[in-house]
Structure formats: structure tokens, C-alpha cells
Design a protein around this ligand. Structure first.
Ligand code: FES
Length: 108
């Protein structure tokens, strides 16, 4: 596999139900991660796009948190229904999807 040119970072962090902060896991993060993997495979772009499961991306109250790098787009409250649009518009066309854009808030 050649060096990836784009990474899709998907937070799959899990916290205990009584933790002080929420986490992305109860919102279905692994399903979103797998949908990204399947979408990359279906588009034939596995040779330059890598999907990565990560720990906390520091926007826990707005998860599922996803980062597309480059061009460094941050998305909030990503669901399964958003994955194809992110792949087509943000990964393939480097376009920001405004409705998903993480607000400019302090990192948690
Ligand atoms: S737990 Fe997902 S951003 Fe913190």
C-alpha cells in the first residue's frame, strides 16, 4: 500500500456511562467507522485514503467527531447518513459541508 494522502479520523472513544463527559461510542461510532471503510473501498480510493479509528478528538459533546486531513475539516454529530456525502464532497472534492462543520469552540 502506498503512503496515504488523506486520512479520515473517526473518534471511537468510549467512556463509562457515569463519566463526567459523554463519548462518541454510544452514538454508533464503530458503525460510522465501518461505513467510511466500506465507502472508501467502494470508491476504489483505498490506495490513497486511510480510515483511522482514534481516541478522543476533544469535541465530545458534539460527537461523533470526524476529521478529514487534509484539508483539515472537522465535523460534528456525524451519522451513518452523512458518510457518503462526506466521502463525495469532502474527501474527493475537498469541499466543506457547512451543516456538519464543527463550530469554532474551545476543545473539551
Ligand atoms: S469522545 Fe469522541 S470526541 Fe471525545
Amino acid at each position: 500500500m502506498p503512503k496515504p494522502q488523506i486520512q479520515i479520523l473517526v473518534c471511537v472513544n468510549e467512556r463509562a456511562p457515569d463519566a463526567r463527559k459523554p463519548s462518541c461510542d454510544p452514538r454508533g461510532d464503530l458503525e460510522v467507522y465501518r461505513r467510511f471503510k466500506d465507502g472508501v473501498r467502494a470508491r476504489g480510493i483505498r490506495d490513497h485514503v486511510m480510515v483511522v479509528r482514534t481516541g478522543c478528538l476533544k469535541h465530545c459533546s458534539r460527537g461523533i467527531t470526524v476529521n478529514i486531513w487534509p484539508p483539515n475539516l472537522w465535523y460534528a454529530r456525524v451519522t451513518l447518513d452523512d458518510v457518503d456525502e462526506i466521502l463525495d464532497r469532502s474527501v474527493l472534492a475537498e469541499e466543506e459541508i457547512e451543516r456538519l462543520a464543527m463550530p469554532d469552540i474551545p476543545w473539551e
